[in-house]
Design a protein around this ligand. Structure first.
Ligand SMILES: CC(C)(COP(=O)(O)OP(=O)(O)OC[C@H]1O[C@@H](n2cnc3c(N)ncnc32)[C@H](O)[C@@H]1OP(=O)(O)O)[C@@H](O)C(=O)NCCC(=O)NCCS
Length: 335
């Protein structure tokens, strides 16, 4: 069904967890197909938000069983009042009124996020019909960063020529400072380890080891130093995380180029985790890989939240949604 062995392995791991994932976009046929695949293959328990009758009719028309699937219509949910109170209490100091909370709780992305906050779901996958900002804002406001000293960022998994790569941050932080960039790298290391891989992190730039000069090169160099210091701390030194920078993409990925440009680096030529200097570079890089490199793209997964909420590209296929549901299930065991 799905192309890469990588994502099929993730799905096998997710099946053992039996997590509950909420899908707020029940109006979308791709989401319904993904829900069907997940329930049929027992990848996760699924909650779909949407109009009960039309979803049931669609499943009946397709001949799909609704085992392992719950449909909730937020407008008639017995939990609506409770969720609206929760939202109001969490956000009143930010100026949210009770009327606004009542209205916002009916927004399906807020409703799904409030389900997670209330312990009624383990994670959420949305964004097939919403912008990244609309999908992630409720999570930033309600689920919040897991750590006070570090923000939330995102990570794409790219499967290219049978190999998996992790790209960050391509979706959240528009122009991170050196400290934020270092945090993104460390947070990405955590995600890569959660997914069962060993992080070999390249801090990307248009310069390798001082070959180019400029403000953004300085930022990446500074971020590399900060990230190396964090990784040398007691919290991280027990892990096998390799990080180096500043490196160009070719020096990061190609052993021949790495030998010429960064012969002493233990990351150059074998990086699997690519940290971009800003969202322009990251987002454009991902989309080029997908469109010109025929790569499979999963995400953006959010990292650094207290519970997983993950975004879809609006051009996604049902199979991409299944992959992201499985990844979300895996993430939920670590948060
Ligand atoms: C993520 C994003 C939506 C947040 O912007 P916003 O909604 O305007 O956010 P605000 O600055 O109003 O912050 C809203 C809340 O989120 C929090 N927040 C914002 N960015 C955060 C981050 N990176 N980590 C943790 N919390 C964050 C804020 O602290 C704030 O919390 P509070 O209201 O409790 O104080 C914005 O950074 C963005 O648009 N990023 C680019 C998205 C995009 O277009 N991606 C490309 C397509 S994939």
């Amino acid at each position: 069904m799905l192309k890469s062995q990588y994502i099929n392995d993730i799905i096998s791991k997710a099946k053992k967890l039996n997590k509950t994932i909420v899908l707020p976009e029940g109006e979308d046929e791709r989401v319904l197909k993904a829900a069907h695949i997940c329930s049929d293959e027992k990848i996760a328990k699924i909650i779909i938000l949407g109009d009960k009758k039309s979803i049931q009719d669609y499943f009946a028309k397709e001949g799909w069983s609704m085992d392992n699937i719950t449909v909730i219509q937020p407008e008639t949910s017995e939990h609506l009042g409770e969720y609206s109170d929760l939202l109001y209490n969490l956000r009143k100091e930010k100026g949210l009124s009770k009327e606004e909370a009542d209205k916002l709780a009916l927004n399906y992305n807020y409703f799904g996020t409030l389900m997670i906050k209330s312990g009624h779901a383990d994670g959420m996958v949305s964004g097939a019909n919403h912008s990244t900002a609309d999908t992630v804002r409720p999570a930033l406001q309600i689920i919040k960063s897991a750590r006070k000293d570090r923000g939330v960022s995102s990570l794409f998994i790219v499967v290219c020529n049978g190999k998996s790569y992790y790209l960050s941050d391509c979706a959240i932080n528009i122009n991170p400072s050196a400290k934020e960039l270092a945090d993104i790298a460390v947070e990405s290391a955590e995600t890569v380890m959660q997914l069962g891989d060993e992080p070999r992190i390249a801090m990307l730039s248009y310069s390798t080891y001082g070959s180019g000069k400029g403000e953004s090169v300085n930022k990446v160099k500074e971020a590399t130093d900060i990230a190396k210091a964090i990784l040398a701390s007691d919290e991280y030194k027990k892990f096998n995380i390799k990080l180096d920078g500043e490196l160009q993409a070719d020096a990061s990925l190609d052993k021949v180029v790495a030998k010429k440009k960064a012969p002493t680096s233990e990351v150059a030529g074998q990086a699997n985790t690519l940290i971009f200097p800003n969202i322009d570079a990251g987002n454009i890089g991902c989309k080029l890989l997908q469109r010109l490199g025929n790569a499979e793209l999963y995400g953006p997964m959010l990292q650094g939240l207290n519970a997983p909420v993950n975004d879809l590209s609006r051009g996604c296929f049902a199979e991409d949604i299944v992959g992201l549901i499985a990844l979300t299930a895996l993430q939920s065991t670590h948060q």
